[in-house]
Design a protein around this ligand. Structure first.
Ligand code: GLA
Length: 399
């Protein structure tokens, strides 16, 4: 992947890049639509990444080429001109928020390449934002050869601050996302998922490694329904309305995180039925995420898988963010011996499913997922078996 972005860079700019900024995609094992409710999530990074090959420029301008779009965009750092294509708006808004926050960033020439499927539910957007953010920091005067952690420390910042800034950039592009994606892309460690408390932003690594005879299998449905962003933003509003209901009745409720499952059960009948369903998902999903984390730490894949299955049912019927294609992939996966659990992952309305299984089940699972999904939909699911990958970093070939 360094090769792809480096090659594009050389072709566009007739020079070698000074550095590369690499950021993975992510998959969420469990804890869906809980992050913006101050809850817990359990994501991990995947072995797919976005790479930005870059070279600082002294004039404060950004000239950036996207391999995926096969297009170039140009703007001054801090500005977001009208009419930028979608992918370039992420880049421009990242530069804008970093500047607003007073971080030292420089103009750059850049070529972006990657193999995180765009719009595929593995957070290609967070991967892009974090990759670009690191490249911008690395292009400030005097930043050459330094690591991302050194650059952040120089500016008195932590990776969590950078994650929050990238989240703000995403909000400006349009999706009112939570903090899960940007956080894990910047903090995940190899061989581990991350239990993230989205309220305190404290995280704890949870081993998912070779010692465990577990495989994480991602199936991309190859569908992406247009209503995804609008429905996502709607769900947030519904959660806010549910918080108002509980806050009037229970002391100290500031987010759905503060409502216990038993409190929800006791009060659900008094609520608007739609809000009750939405809140029911969130309140119980937060619980399930903690149960799944403990199960994984104990090596109890059966229990972790059960939690994943229950999460999917709740997302399908209570939160209503699944779709026919995701339900089908989940059903197919669950019918394969050696599978512990399967669910949709990410925002929903298309994108991917994630399945936890024995390693010996991977080949049969792949075959069933591809074959039966094709037979029923005519679509070819993309199946990715991945280890938990590391976090976003800078790389300086000549340093
Ligand atoms: C998207 C958002 C995340 C999170 C998930 C749902 O991926 O970017 O912040 O809310 O949906 O869990």
């Amino acid at each position: 992947m360094l090769d792809a972005s480096g090659k594009s860079f050389r072709e566009r700019f007739m020079a070698d890049p000074a550095g590369f900024s690499v950021a993975p995609g992510r998959v969420n094992l469990i804890g869906e639509h809980t992050d913006y409710n101050d809850g817990f999530v359990l994501p991990m990074n995947v072995e797919r990444r976005t790479v930005t090959a870059f070279r600082p420029r002294g004039d404060g301008r950004v000239q950036v080429y996207s391999d995926h779009a096969d297009a170039t965009a140009e703007f001054a750092v801090g500005s977001v001109p009208e009419g930028l294509p979608g992918w370039a708006r992420y880049v421009a808004h990242v530069a804008e928020v970093l500047t607003e926050d007073g971080l030292p960033v420089g103009g750059l020439d850049a070529a972006i390449a990657g193999d995180v499927p765009v719009g595929g539910g593995l957070s290609s957007s967070a991967s892009l934002e974090c990759s670009v953010a690191a490249a911008l920091l690395a292009s400030a005067p005097g930043a050459g050869g330094r690591s991302l952690d050194e650059l952040l420390a120089d500016a008195g910042k932590r990776r969590a601050d950078l994650a929050l800034l990238c989240q703000r950039a995403e909000h400006r592009v349009g999706a009112l996302c939570g903090i899960m994606d940007q956080y894990v892309v910047l903090h995940g460690t190899e061989g581990h998922a991350l239990l993230l408390d989205c309220r305190s932003l404290e995280a704890r690594p949870v081993p998912i490694d070779d010692a465990m005879d577990l495989a994480v299998v991602i199936a991309n449905s190859r569908v992406h329904h247009d209503l995804a962003v609008a429905e996502y933003n709607n769900r947030r509003k519904e959660c806010e309305a549910a918080v108002r209901f509980f806050a009037e009745r229970i002391e100290g409720v500031a987010a759905l995180r503060d409502v216990e499952p038993w409190q929800w059960e006791r009060m659900a009948a008094e609520m608007d039925p739609l809000l009750a369903r939405r809140a029911g998902h969130v309140v119980n999903e937060i619980d399930r995420t903690l149960v799944a984390m403990v199960a994984l730490e104990r090596g109890d894949a059966v229990m972790a898988g059960r939690c994943m299955n229950a999460s999917h049912e709740s997302l399908r019927t209570g939160y209503e963010v699944s779709c026919r294609e995701l339900d089908l992939l989940v059903d197919i996966a669950r019918s394969v011996p050696g599978v512990y659990g399967s669910r949709m992952t990410g925002g929903g309305f298309g994108g991917c499913t994630v399945t936890l299984c024995r390693r010996s089940a991977v080949d049969a699972l792949r075959e069933e997922l591809v074959g039966r999904y094709r037979a029923e939909t005519g679509l070819t699911a993309d199946v990715l078996v991945t280890r938990a990958a590391g976090r976003a970093e800078l790389c300086w070939p000549d340093a």
